[in-house]
Design a protein around this ligand. Structure first.
Ligand SMILES: Nc1ncnc2c1ncn2[C@@H]1O[C@H](COP(=O)(O)OP(=O)(O)OP(=O)(O)O)[C@@H](O)[C@H]1O
Length: 625
């Protein structure tokens, strides 16, 4: 055994190590079975400190040159933190201009601020390139909101169970001669006069620390002022269970005008009828302590866990837990196919409206959705607010295509485009800044020579100011340098990276072409390979026909083939120019604009085309017909 290994190790021919794998049942000790495949690669000093920050999936913490757009988005979305409905936003800009990154950055901030101030606000992101039908969009949203609702219910139940445990603990701690279980709500022995209630501490036992910190409107007021929810010393008191929900529970309660969440007062009073008492826990201490003592007859002593909660007995808490559990049971997840769309819509609608909150739905690549399945989804989403009772929906649409709204129903168009934000392409200097920021985290110190970043920025600016392309170039240049075991990245690596990315793009485009386009492209390649220059459409068509017959494919008309050539031209794979032949009219002259051999190899990797073995006769037939 060890002899075999020795053989394998010494199997180096022309400096190339021959690796042998031990696949049989022989036992190989770990040390000996390692043939050093990775050792050489690991031995070089790595250039990257953290390559992940150069990948498209990374969301940067800083987005240089996008502060205007980010601030504009924030100014619109801050309404959500006041419990109001933010205007819908349409974001436009070419690919790689930071639309998605900026929108995700803002939504992350929005969600974390909403948690900080306990204002219920949810942001949902959908990539419509992947989720491209009304059914799928609605099903995905429905399931996400069901998941969120379940999570909230679980959290509420946990908190209510802790409350029950606290009540039990409290009851146990009472001296034996104290009245029998005050928490059951039977006894009125612990009635407190209102004056006593006023003397109580402003922070309930179940409260969440600094009560003023729970005032979202006060803290997020764009004017920078802090809104005092009630005059003087009263503070917003959280029941410790349902943070951030509006004090809408008491019918005719004039506190709704003093809404500490900043929720629209008329909204709150409208909804107050349906609002479950036990779910509305924010109370204003002075008001609540006075009114609860009046209403509940001040059942509990000040240190009782149920004091300052809307529950007047332990069994009321238990009943609430039971009803929450029933709610959770009633949610039905939407399957990814099979239901009628209106049923999916209705489940989605109910899931969104289950709780009082503002929902921001971010539809990235929204043009793809409209292209694939019309504007029904957007129509349904944009009219939801008139029917929702508890929640409010706002839409952010992101698109590369400035013209996609031309295809929208005028009502959808005006509702969706309430606010528009344009992301212009980056220029070379801006790209340089972006790369500079990222490279500080991505690379080891001294790994970049001075001209690398400017060159990447210049190449990407030539395209169309695409930051994704610039970052790809920098990462690929780093990888090429690493592969060459170079300690620094130099200009040459960037140039190689540019070629590699271009080739990868071509390979990907060619690989995913439909078979008919592949046959047209293959015809052009065969002509070029045989030294035909200034190829015209007729020549391509003749060869294309033969190829189709050979592989039993349908033969399209010459007119369709001309269209396919134009499509290949638009994709940058061929170059087709119309030339005038004087009195013989005009014709197209076609030439290949991508590397011939690599493209041919990709085409031949398609199993249908690889069946064509001898292509020569087709080329010879080019002038026939
Ligand atoms: N200002 C910026 N600062 C740092 N990185 C940026 C900036 N703008 C864009 N990027 C980065 O460039 C890449 C592309 O950005 P993003 O996906 O946001 O572009 P996009 O405009 O949404 O493009 P597409 O329309 O193709 O989806 C991402 O990796 C992103 O992190």
């Amino acid at each position: 055994m060890s002899d075999d290994n020795t053989n394998n190790r010494s199997n180096e021919i022309d400096g190339t190590r021959g690796f042998a794998m031990d696949l049989g049942g022989t036992e190989v000790d770990d040390e000996e079975s390692n043939q050093g495949l990775f050792d050489d690669l690991l031995s070089g000093e790595p250039i990257f400190e953290n390559k992940e920050v150069l990948r498209p999936s990374y969301t940067p913490h800083e987005l240089p040159h996008r502060s205007d757009q980010i601030n504009k988005m924030a100014t619109i979305l801050v309404a959500a933190l006041r419990g109001e409905t933010p205007s819908n936003i349409l974001i436009y800009g070419k690919t790689g201009t930071g639309k998605t990154a900026s929108a995700k950055f803002v939504s992350k901030e929005l969600e974390s601020t909403s948690q900080k101030y306990s204002v219920p606000c949810d942001v949902e992101y959908i990539n419509c390139e992947v989720t491209d039908t009304q059914y799928r969009v609605l099903a995905q949203l429905a399931n996400k909101f069901i998941e969120k609702n379940e999570q909230r219910i679980d959290d509420r139940i946990d908190e209510l169970e802790s409350l029950l445990a606290a009540v039990d603990e409290y009851d146990r701690s009472q001296p034996p001669d104290s009245p029998p279980n005050s928490s059951e709500g039977e006894s009125e022995l612990f009635e407190f006069p209102i004056e006593d209630a006023e003397a109580r501490p402003t922070e309930a036992d179940t409260g969440s620390g600094d009560p003023t910190a729970t005032s979202p409107a006060g803290s997020t007021d764009s004017s920078g002022d802090t809104n005092q929810t009630t005059d003087g010393d009263s503070a917003v008191e959280m029941g410790g269970l349902e943070t951030g929900e509006s004090p809408t529970r008491n019918e005719g309660d004039d506190r709704s005008t003093d809404d500490p969440t900043g929720t629209d007062a008329s909204d709150s009073s409208e909804r107050s009828d349906e609002t479950d008492d036990a779910d509305r826990f924010i109370t204003t201490v002075d008001d609540e302590s006075a009114s609860s003592h009046e209403e509940h007859g001040a059942k509990f002593p000040p240190d009782h866990p149920l004091e300052s909660t809307p529950f007047d007995s332990k069994s009321a808490v238990e009943a609430r837990i039971e009803s929450l559990e029933e709610d959770r049971e009633s949610f039905e997840e939407v399957p990814m196919t099979g239901w009628p769309t209106d049923r999916v819509y209705s489940v989605f609608f109910d899931a969104v409206d289950y709780d009082e909150r503002v929902v921001v739905i971010m539809l990235d690549e929204i043009d793809k959705l409209v292209e694939k399945s019309g504007d029904d989804t957007l129509y349904n989403l944009s009219r939801m607010n008139s029917e929702l009772e508890n929640s409010r929906v706002s839409i952010i649409g992101i698109s590369n295509d400035l013209k996609f709204t031309d295809f929208l129903d005028p009502r959808v168009k005006s509702s969706l485009g309430e606010e528009e934000i344009v992301f212009p392409p980056y220029d070379a200097n801006q790209l340089r800044d972006i790369l500079q920021h990222r490279s500080e985290v991505a690379f080891k110190g001294g790994a970049l020579s001075d001209d690398v970043i400017p060159l990447c920025a210049a190449f990407a600016a030539q395209e169309h100011g695409d930051a994704r392309r610039a970052l790809d170039l920098l990462r690929t240049a780093g990888e090429l340098a690493e592969r060459a075991q170079s300690e620094t990245i130099v200009e040459e690596h960037v140039r190689q990276a540019q070629d590699k990315i271009e080739l990868d793009r071509v390979v990907e485009v060619v690989r995913t072409l439909p078979t008919q386009s592949k046959l047209v492209l293959f015809s052009i390649i065969l002509l070029e390979k045989n030294g035909v220059h200034s190829i015209n459409t007729g020549e391509v068509f003749n060869i294309y026909k033969r190829l189709c017959e050979e592989i039993d494919a349908d033969v399209l008309t010459q007119r369709r083939v001309t269209d396919l050539i134009s499509e290949l031209d638009m994709l940058g794979i061929v170059n087709a120019v119309v030339v005038s032949k004087g009195r013989y009219g005009r014709t197209k002259e076609i030439s290949l604009s991508v590397p011939l051999e690599e493209t041919e190899a990709v085409l031949l990797s398609d199993s249908r085309l690889s069946d064509i073995d001898d292509v020569q006769p087709f080329v010879q037939a080019r002038f026939e017909n």
